[in-house]
Design a binder for this molecule. Structure first.
Ligand SMILES: Cc1ncc(COP(=O)(O)O)c(C=O)c1O
Length: 440
């Protein structure tokens, strides 16, 4: 079918995420390999955002495809009451790369379901009902996860589930408490949280959720003193610390998990995305020993038809083998530093770039209309000027896919990318920023 007809078919039948359907105008992708995708007209597009920041090992990796084919020939799925070799093996392999004693895995289909189950697990474990989640966060689109979400995607879903309380996390570039250094921002933000918890009743709080590094709200990297202080605060009050590693996990931040950047061990990890790099869907909620021990005698009242899907687990195993065999965690850290340097050059050159932040191969360019005052350019939750939309359109026409919204340009290539390939894409970013400069 030609592209025109395919597009017409798509627009007749397919409901897209987050948008008024009349605004949807998708590029139709035909195939993908490594860091590249090709559309149905044969145009090559660099996937500089790894799909939705999940295709961490790159597209169509032969080792993973082979493992999937072998598993398909043997067994795709059995009821969740049965054990399978891929499920048990993947549980072990996950526990070998998670921090501390996080060795016990409940499989889900994605990140939001992992978060839903972590909310339940934390409430039943502590016997408390309140769940803390930070402003400027995203935890998924199901009813509990979207209630935790601290951005405008939550608004239409309100009032959401009861018992969710939002807190401010550190945002050093725009510190809500007026500090002038990362460390001071960490300290002040933690002091405010301590006061909030004192006033709210620590013995009513089951868990504090955090994205260890904030993802779709701007790749906000919290200072170390903050994350370590948060761990202490949780310990003091018997509150569980839940690290949502849906996006931060699997090498994206230059470590296996985002929380590893802080030498902190959370009580529960939720994850998905890079666990299978999107080859099939799989998520996980991972428990530390104390949670595991509690549920030896107390039922965990959660279940999903596809929990521990054999094909998905075999895909997860093959992914972890690729991360290890191809040294992708180290590559993310090293090439991430290289990328960060390139982005700093763009920051110094362009009037429209207020800040650039990177941790591993996970970066953002934050736009501004005034470097001194840090005034927004597109604006928070504002599509009036549609700067982000125009950036994405211009880049796609130039063969580069990144995700952009508000004043954020997200950059998160597959971890297999080389320095030369980073350079090629940075040239295109430089060019589009020349245009953004004219929009101030
Ligand atoms: C931190 C975080 N949590 C949860 C989710 C939701 O994951 P999923 O879309 O797989 O349900 C996302 C998705 O982007 C995420 O970034």
């Amino acid at each position: 079918m030609n592209t025109q007809d395919l597009k017409a078919l798509d627009r007749q039948h397919i409901v897209y995420s987050w948008k008024a359907q009349g605004q949807v105008d998708p590029v139709i992708i035909d195939r993908a390999k490594g860091i590249y995708m090709w559309d149905t007209d044969g145009n090559r597009i660099t996937d500089f955002c790894s799909g939705l920041l999940n295709v961490n090992i790159g597209h169509s990796n032969e080792h993973v495809l082979d493992a999937m084919r072998k598993q398909m020939d043997k067994l795709c799925y059995v009821g969740t009451m049965f054990g399978t070799e891929p499920k048990a093996q993947l549980g072990k392999m996950i526990s070998e790369v998670t921090p501390g004693d996080l060795n016990h895995v409940f499989f889900t289909n994605g990140g939001a379901e992992a978060v839903e189950n972590a909310i339940k697990a934390a409430r039943w474990y502590t016997g408390r009902h309140k769940i803390y989640a930070r402003w400027r966060s995203y935890h998924g689109a199901t009813s509990g996860a979207i209630t935790l979400t601290g951005d405008p995607r939550r608004w239409p879903a309100e009032p959401g589930i009861p018992g969710v309380v939002h807190y401010f996390g550190p945002y050093p570039y725009r510190c809500p408490f007026g500090s002038t250094s990362d460390e001071e921002c960490g300290e002040r933000t933690l002091e405010v949280l301590k006061t909030q918890i004192m006033l709210d009743g620590p013995e009513t709080i089951a868990a504090i959720f955090l994205e260890p590094i904030v993802g779709t709200n701007g790749i906000i990297v919290p200072p170390k003193n903050y994350v370590q202080g948060l761990r202490k605060l949780c310990d003091e009050h018997g509150i569980l610390m839940v690290s949502d590693e849906t996006m931060a996990g699997w090498g994206r931040s230059g470590k296996w998990f985002g929380i590893d950047n802080y030498d902190v061990v959370p009580d529960i990890i939720t994850t998905a995305k890079g666990l299978t790099s999107g080859y099939v869907q799989l998520g996980a909620m991972i428990w530390s020993k104390k949670i595991w021990d509690h549920y030896q005698t107390n039922p965990f009242v959660g279940g999903l038809t596809y929990a521990g899907h054999a094909l998905a687990c075999a895909t997860g195993i093959a992914n972890i083998e690729v991360y290890k065999n191809e040294n992708l965690i180290d590559k993310s850290r090293d090439n991430g530093k290289y990328l960060a340097g390139k982005l700093k050059e763009l920051e110094n050159k362009h009037a429209c770039v207020g800040d650039t932040r990177a941790q591993g191969l996970w970066a953002v360019i934050e736009l501004t209309s005034d470097k001194k005052t840090k005034a927004p350019l597109g604006g928070f939750n504002n599509s009036e000027k549609n700067i982000a939309g125009q950036i994405m359109k211009r880049l796609i026409a130039d063969g580069l896919y990144i995700f952009a919204k508000w004043d954020f340009m997200f950059i998160a290539p597959p971890l297999i990318i080389t320095k030369e390939e980073i350079d090629e894409s940075v040239v295109k970013l430089d060019k589009v920023l020349d245009w953004v400069d004219t929009q101030i």
